[in-house]
Design a protein around this ligand. Sequence first.
Ligand SMILES: Cc1cc2nc3c(=O)[nH]c(=O)nc-3n(C[C@H](O)[C@H](O)[C@H](O)COP(=O)(O)OP(=O)(O)OC[C@H]3O[C@@H](n4cnc5c(N)ncnc54)[C@H](O)[C@@H]3O)c2cc1C
Length: 488
Amino acid sequence: MPNYDYDIGVIGGGAGGLTVTAGAAQLGAKTLLVEKENELGGDCLHFGCVPSKTLIKSAHVYHLMKNSRKFGLPAMDPPRVDFREISKRIRSVIATIQLHDSEERFCKLGAQVEFGQPTFADEHSIRLNGNIYSAKAWVIATGSSASVPPIKGLAETPHITNKEIFYLDRLPESMVILGGGPIGSEISQAFNRLGTRVSLVDMAPRILGQEDPDMADLVRDVLSSEGVRFYLNSAIEEIKDLGSEKEVRLKTKEGNSISLRAQTILVAVGRAPNTKGLGLEDIGVAYNQRGVEVDNRLRTSHKHIYAAGDVNGGYQFTHAAGYEGGIVISNAIFRLPRKVDYTFLPWCTYTDPPLGSIGMNESRAGKAGIDYTVWTEEFKDNDRSLAEGGSIGRIKMILNEKEKPIGVQILGPNAGDLLAEWVAVLNGNVKLSTLAAAVHPYPTIAEINKKVAGTFFSPKIFSSKIQKGLKFFFHLKGRACPDDVCSE
Ligand SMILES: Cc1cc2nc3c(=O)[nH]c(=O)nc-3n(C[C@H](O)[C@H](O)[C@H](O)COP(=O)(O)OP(=O)(O)OC[C@H]3O[C@@H](n4cnc5c(N)ncnc54)[C@H](O)[C@@H]3O)c2cc1C
């Protein structure tokens, strides 16, 4: 049997790679982690989730300051934002989290960390900084980068992506955002709230194309009402560098030409897998534009080489990368043939209000040919939501033909956190009646979860048939208030 230097080698120190490294090392596998940047943590920590959510919080507070009168407070006219201060806060939050993702921590767990850009020398070895490292199993967890589309003039015109947006040294006066996915939508609201004039362009007829149209349109309405200008159904014809400004020329679906000018262009039209330079073609690991091809155990075309996280072109979330890291550990370390199952993978877009999703929505259920019903509850009927100043949004619960919950969509305050209860309900096969009967603390936004479950039972419990039965058996006397009083 060949003698390899390591039991497992991991390429990429982000959410996926770090999960595998921590798990494998703690289980006693001799583990090598290779990261091309100087620090661990990946896109999520440095250019993704953490900076974006920190920015969103600053923008939210500034928005509240400007809207203080809505809360019965004196009117405020806060001074202009100094973006360097926001960047400073972002860096400080990252620095705190970085301690958890440090080389020292992983070394203490038992893994060896090397920095540099490796290339596969053969199916079991990489070349790195002039050395060869071999491992029995490998994990490619190199993530993804903003994909820059071949739009005429874009390459020649200065533009930014998620790598630069959180580290600007001043707040742009104006910004055109290309792409109305989660990243474009979150950033558009945050910068608009901070005082940038934001225009968002997308070829699609609506933003957040993965979501049900009614929910996505509500998000767009909120953003529009705050001042974000949308150019949907619009193809970009050309981008030009005019010096201090850039021009984006569009053609709408109706054939109208529009010219937008802005100081900054943010490209957020999707993600491309980080496969370059790894030498995958030389060792026969198959990949395409979407990512490294994997089976349902995350094995590539070489069964001992796995691909986890954004690089495999699947769900592009930190928790998906972490989950996939766990699948790799089962297969590569425990040798248990565990397959991925994304049925109840939740996600959330952190606009205000945020839009969260788990399982089936109407669009996906429809496409899957499921005979579903939808049960809704509005946030305007949630006491805590009103007290907090939020009345927009709703929760939608999707039941299948057997009246079993198969998905939940939430547009409203704390949507991401509200999903947690549904994570337990759906994964734990908890009965809807259990959720509807469980006492929730009052007043909480989470009461909406219980309420929506209750909407399914109330028509049955309070039906005229049940009333008739109770009247018959227990001689109940019926209505106390005459009908004509409430019909007035
Ligand atoms: C603006 C933004 C906001 C986001 N917000 C959220 C959110 O709120 N919630 C959420 O769940 N997800 C969010 N995401 C997505 C999330 O960041 C990714 O899904 C997650 O980082 C994927 O983890 P990963 O391990 O696959 O890749 P990464 O975290 O990117 O890690 C890959 C690592 O591999 C390294 N690497 C790349 N190439 C090589 C190479 N050749 N050799 C060695 N190392 C290499 C990289 O430097 C990096 O450290 C956001 C993304 C962006 C861009």
